[in-house]
Ligand binder design. Structure first.
Ligand SMILES: C[S@@+](CC[C@H](N)C(=O)[O-])C[C@H]1O[C@@H](n2cnc3c(N)ncnc32)[C@H](O)[C@@H]1O
Length: 289
């Protein structure tokens, strides 16, 4: 990519769709964002998204933003979209998936629906359904082939660990013919002979689609702030070093702060000038949560 310093490391105050229209096509590597959820909060500006009268109107506005995102993204780029749902009159609206279907219509390719499990989610007083403690992160690409750094986000193997149903195998560690001869691993000689480095990837197993990440402790903002760890995983997998990550709903600036920490550039947009100021302040102080 051409190194255009004018379009790197910027926090822009304005409406996401309007400001995206000013950015060149194919100019960012990765998009990580959490738009306002439907009917959830007042972000105190008259251009804010989220308080439309109908779900259809909300989806239409978000579609406008993500159509521009698709244009601004490089061909090998990815989008990581975090969205929560909403109950209306006791009924779950299914908003995240409705937005996903609209994005697929635009040409976005859905690669994974990741569950963000929040171990410290707020307790609720509901007694006729389970308490919700998850949200979605939808992972999209623009094309069939795209940048994805699998090694940067591997997780520990659980086979033979304390959490594994196969933990009896730990006792056989390193013994020739040490593992059971039956079952799904019966043909894997590396397992039997304790050649673990050959049987398992040395950097860990491929990341799974349930991510357990506690809610952020950053309390300055009066809205849901991304946990740094969540952005970190999306960024490392989706944005090469020196690449540019875009967040069209940057809020308190978490995506930009994590980009700065990991040697990536950022472009953030938010309709609320106070949040832009908060983001710039965090970037200056390199505030890690
Ligand atoms: C869920 S918050 C994002 C929080 C962010 N991920 C963080 O870590 O702080 C959504 C943000 O979208 C902004 N917003 C609402 N309508 C917008 C619009 N039309 N254009 C740009 N930003 C908008 C709000 O001001 C709010 O900061």
């Amino acid at each position: 990519m051409e190194k255009n310093t004018a379009l790197r490391d910027l926090i822009i105050n304005g409406d996401a769709e309007t400001e995206l229209k000013k950015l060149p096509s194919g100019s960012v590597n990765c998009i990580i964002t959490s738009p306002p959820y439907y009917m959830q909060r007042d972000y105190s500006t008259n251009i804010q998204i989220g308080n439309e009268e109908t779900p259809e109107a909300y989806i239409q506005r978000l579609s406008g933003v993500f159509r521009e995102c698709l244009r601004v993204l490089r061909e090998d780029g990815t989008l990581w979209l975090n969205l929560g749902d909403k109950y209306q009159n006791g009924e779950l609206l299914g908003m995240p998936w409705r937005v996903v279907f609209a994005l697929k219509e635009q040409g976005w390719v859905l690669r994974s629906d990741i569950i963000w499990h929040k171990p410290n989610a707020m307790p609720s007083s509901v007694n006729n359904r389970p308490t919700t403690d998850h949200e979605y992160i939808f992972f999209f690409s623009k094309s069939k082939t795209y940048y994805y750094d699998i090694d940067s986000v591997r997780e520990p193997h659980v086979t033979f660990s304390e959490n594994s149903r196969m933990k009896g195998g730990r006792n056989h560690f390193g013994k020739v013919n040490g593992t059971p001869e039956q079952g799904k691993n019966s043909g894997n000689q590396n397992l039997h002979n304790g050649n673990w480095d050959k049987a398992f990837h040395p950097l860990g197993r491929n990341r799974r689609t349930v991510w357990e990440i506690p809610l952020s402790k950053f309390r300055e903002a009066h809205f849901a702030v991304f946990p740094e760890k969540l952005v970190e995983l999306c960024l490392l997998a989706g944005c090469p070093e020196n690449g540019i990550v875009l967040d069209p709903f940057i809020g308190s600036g978490t995506t930009a702060v994590v980009a700065q920490k990991f040697g990536r550039s950022y472009i953030g947009i938010d309709s609320n000038p106070e949040y832009c100021e908060m983001a710039n302040k965090r970037l200056l102080q390199k505030t890690l949560i």
